[in-house]
Ligand binder design. Structure first.
Ligand code: CA
Length: 282
């Protein structure tokens, strides 16, 4: 008992107490570091073992001088709009060979942007010029135009309205006749705005969007704006293989087979025919 009492009454000098506190703090830091490394290792392992989010069905040649802004495929015809001042155009392309069958140049002071096809007419945006050109899809002859506010980035159509992105989280639904705004859809992911929405494609009741400067493809509910899934397409054309001239991923079109897509990037040498491994596609 006397021994126990003595142990219970042990007192520490101040330097010894400081040393103990430091040792205790150092141990906690080491434990936290170990936990962080363990979690990071698990995340890496999980990323390495995740199945790819898509299957590549085919690869087609793509004009590596095409600064792809809009991509549309319908009834066997591939339409593409390209950007940059002095180089912008609208073109009809042979899917298999990548050859440009017919093209219409935009004025040198117009920077081509998104492209949509609705009721036999092609609609093409011009970034900051606030004018949309309307073409006959058969002849590529310009038949009309209208103006819009702000910037024009991506464009698609849901069968009734044009849907336009402007680099923000907002998508504007426009009247194809007048360009008037019918409604604005705010896109969110985990209740936060998802901005930098770029090229668009409306497929099977869903909006698909490239997210500028990323390899993500956002699957958006067109009625609520909620992102159902962000599909990572980074492995489609791995960054380590991209040439200096290759710019960002951009360009989505419905594919020639149901449930498939055609995707590419600005100045990319290849256009990919893919099928997403999403729940909706399974
Ligand atoms: Ca498109």
């Amino acid at each position: 008992m006397r021994e126990l009492r003595r142990v219970a009454c042990i007192t520490f000098s101040r330097p010894a107490l400081h040393a103990m506190v430091l040792r205790f703090a150092a141990r906690r830091v080491l434990l936290m570091l170990a936990a962080i490394l363990l979690v990071a290792g698990c995340e890496r392992l999980r990323a390495e073992t995740l199945p790819p989010s898509f299957d590549i069905i085919a690869r087609f040649p793509h004009d590596s001088n095409a600064y792809t802004q809009g991509l549309v495929f319908e009834d066997g015809a591939l339409y593409e709009s390209t950007g940059r001042y002095g180089y912008s155009d609208l073109r009809r392309v042979d899917l298999r060979t990548g050859r440009v069958r017919k093209s219409v140049a935009l004025p040198d002071n117009r920077f081509g942007e998104g492209l949509a096809l609705l009721d036999g007419r092609l609609y093409l945006l011009t970034w900051e010029s606030r004018v949309a050109y309307v073409y006959d899809a058969g002849t590529l002859a310009q038949v009309d135009s209208f103006t819009y506010a702000g910037e024009g980035w991506g464009l698609t159509a849901d069968g009734t309205s044009l849907i336009m992105s402007d680099g923000s989280d907002s998508l504007r639904f426009l009247s194809p006749k007048t360009g008037a705004v019918e409604r604005v859809l705010h896109v969110t992911r985990d209740r936060s705005p998802l901005s930098k929405l770029n090229e668009l494609e409306y497929v099977d009741g869903e909006l698909l969007a490239n997210v500028y400067e990323s390899d993500w493809l956002a699957r958006i509910d067109p009625s609520t704006g909620v992102v159902r899934e962000l599909v990572d397409l980074a492995d489609l054309y791995p960054r380590r293989k991209r040439r200096d001239a290759d710019d960002v991923m951009n360009g989505i079109a419905r594919g020639p087979v149901a449930g498939t897509l055609l995707v590419t990037g600005k100045m990319w040498p290849t256009l990919y025919h893919i099928r997403l491994r999403t729940p909706a596609a399974r």
